[in-house]
Design a protein around this ligand. Structure first.
Ligand code: NJP
Length: 245
């Protein structure tokens, strides 16, 4: 299809894999993150294989930057049809008593407010066209309680709640808001988790490190016309009744 897919956190890991996957299927991809050099090199790679990609530098924690990035996407491709809220971080991992308040706030501003920012920025166009798809990448941590992960667990739980609220408001306007909990995926984030020494082996999905391509395929399913579901960490497809209560 020639849909435009706006992907946050596209400079590496799951976001970069999703960009390659959607571009290979003919979509126009907008690559958003802070590391502009990595985004530009991915855009060049995608364009080299006949795809269309736009790299936009943006810190999702800053609404002005997100809004400007969406405006650039609209200028280049005319619309944003699918938003994938994938940008996220877990560092620094620390028990609450040892944690730095500013670092905790930064995680909240990326994992939760960042997703709100991108949703808020793409919505006027989606409401105008009466169609759109938003996929928020949450985590099994949303329902877990892991030492040193208070920032991550709390913000991923908040992101699921944002998903439910947004879906309730927007479904009747033709916009689907869905969630995906990838489970344990082989990316830089897992390297950081192991290095922290706190919960070094994921307790959420022990022993399994899914390749990023699996997550990209799951996103493809959700973004497709048939996708109207929530994918849990076990990767068993299930319609999450809670999302549509
Ligand atoms: O992580 P990683 P993943 N503004 O660290 C970007 C969730 N998840 O691919 O800005 C904009 O390789 C950063 O780009 P840059 C996880 O919580 C993962 O594993 O250039 N972008 C980079 O592209 C997250 O939501 C696992 O540094 C910002 C990307 O985010 C998503 O999957 C399990 C940013 C992070 O790439 C992708 O994570 C699970 C900012 N302020 C959920 N800050 C797992 N890996 O096991 C960071 O359940 N980024």
């Amino acid at each position: 299809t020639n849909k435009t897919i706006f992907i946050t956190g596209a400079s590496r890991g799951i976001g970069a894999a999703a960009a390659r996957f959607f571009a290979a299927g003919g979509a126009h991809v907008v690559l958003a993150a802070r590391s502009i050099a990595a985004l530009q090199s991915l855009a060049t790679e995608i364009e080299g294989t006949g795809g269309q990609a736009l790299a936009v530098a943006c810190d999702v924690a800053d609404y002005g930057q997100v809004d400007a990035a969406v405006a650039k996407a609209m200028d280049r491709f005319g619309s944003v049809d699918v938003l994938i809220n994938n940008a996220g971080l877990i560092e620094p991992i620390a028990r609450i008593e040892d944690s730095d308040p500013a670092a905790w706030a930064k995680v909240a501003n990326v994992n939760l407010t960042g997703a709100y920012n991108a949703l808020r920025a793409v919505l006027p166009g989606m409401v105008r066209r009466k169609t759109g798809t938003v996929i928020n990448i949450s985590s099994g941590a949303a329902t877990g309680a892991l030492e040193g992960w208070s920032h991550y667990c709390a913000t991923k739980a908040g992101l699921l709640s944002l998903t439910r609220c947004a879906d309730k408001e927007l479904r009747e306007k033709g916009i689907r808001v869905m969630g995906l909990s990838p489970g344990t995926v082989a990316t830089e984030m897992q390297v950081q988790i192991r290095a922290s020494g706190i919960n070094p082996v994921s307790q959420l999905d022990p022993g399994v490190h899914k390749p990023v391509e699996w997550i990209a395929q799951a996103l493809g399913y959700l973004a497709g016309d048939g996708g109207d579901a929530y994918l849990g960490t076990d990767f068993v497809l299930k319609t999450e009744e809670a999302l549509r209560e």
